[in-house]
Design a protein around this ligand. Structure first.
Ligand code: FE2
Length: 260
């Protein structure tokens, strides 16, 4: 039987494991990384990891924290630097085009899971047509948890087409939708199952899971809207959502000293 193109060769898995072990040592010494709950990860069989994605290196930290070989769905821009694309591919990553319906990436994701490998990221995306003049429907999940005191959240983005709005429909779980314009107008919508929120044009948006269960929502937007993550990576939102005495509270973003 012909092997799946997604199958990793034994030497690739050996190199992955060696690099992973080295990086874990680095994380523990330099950044004092601690891993809680590693023993609860399945020792065999596929599963999906949906980490908080706040920087361009957090995928590697996730890889260091998970003892098995993990397959990464990575943005296709990585493959524009040939050596970088070659390397991450040898380590089991595969590209996804985040600006359109990338069915090939989803198929690779399914093939990886079928081989029993864990996959990082939970994305389900459905364009109604292949034309960029049509609508898209996405279903996203944030699993419960915190990094330090800060609740799990999405990376957050503006739309490339700033005139494009979006509709979110909360299906399960509880949390908050943060919205902020480039001029600094900050708004919050509290979410529970059934909440529908209209994200106006010009507003960045981020979802935060403050509840004990997965927060799942449906997003409807124009295919031409596009996603611009860079301003959020650089500045975050005006407020962060942290746990205090068991409750979510909003604090000024310490990276933005003028926020209040
Ligand atoms: Fe959006």
């Amino acid at each position: 039987m012909k092997p799946s193109p997604m199958a990793m060769r034994p030497w690739q898995r050996a190199v992955y494991r060696a690099l992973r072990a080295l990086f874990e040592v680095l994380c523990r010494i330099v950044w004092r990384m601690e891993v809680d709950g590693r023993d609860r990860l399945p020792a065999t069989g596929p599963y999906v990891i949906a980490p908080v994605h706040r920087s361009n290196v957090d995928f590697a930290v996730v890889g260091a924290a998970v003892p098995r070989v993990v397959r990464f769905m990575a943005k296709d821009a990585v493959w524009k630097v040939r050596i970088a694309g070659w390397f991450v591919e040898q380590m089991g990553s595969f590209p996804v085009n985040r600006d359109q319906a990338d069915r090939a990436a989803l198929r690779r994701c399914e093939e990886s899971l079928a081989q029993g490998d864990p996959v990082v990221y939970d994305i389900r995306y459905h364009p109604f047509q292949t034309s960029t003049s049509d609508m898209a429907l996405g279903v996203s999940t944030i699993y419960p948890g915190k990094v330090g005191d800060e609740y799990h959240m999405t990376k957050g983005h503006f739309h490339v087409r700033m005139d494009q709005p979006e509709i979110y429909f909360c299906v399960r779980g509880t949390g908050f939708l943060l919205m902020e314009s480039k001029e600094g107008d900050f708004q919050v919508a509290e979410w529970r199952p059934g909440t529908i929120t209209h994200i106006p044009p010009q507003y960045a948006h981020r979802v935060v899971n403050t509840g004990p269960e997965p927060l799942i929502w449906v997003a409807s937007y124009h295919l031409a809207a596009g996603h611009d993550y860079e301003p959020i990576i650089a500045r975050g939102f005006a407020k962060i959502v942290v746990e205090k005495d068991g409750q979510p509270v909003f604090l000024p973003n310490p990276r933005r000293p003028n926020s209040s």
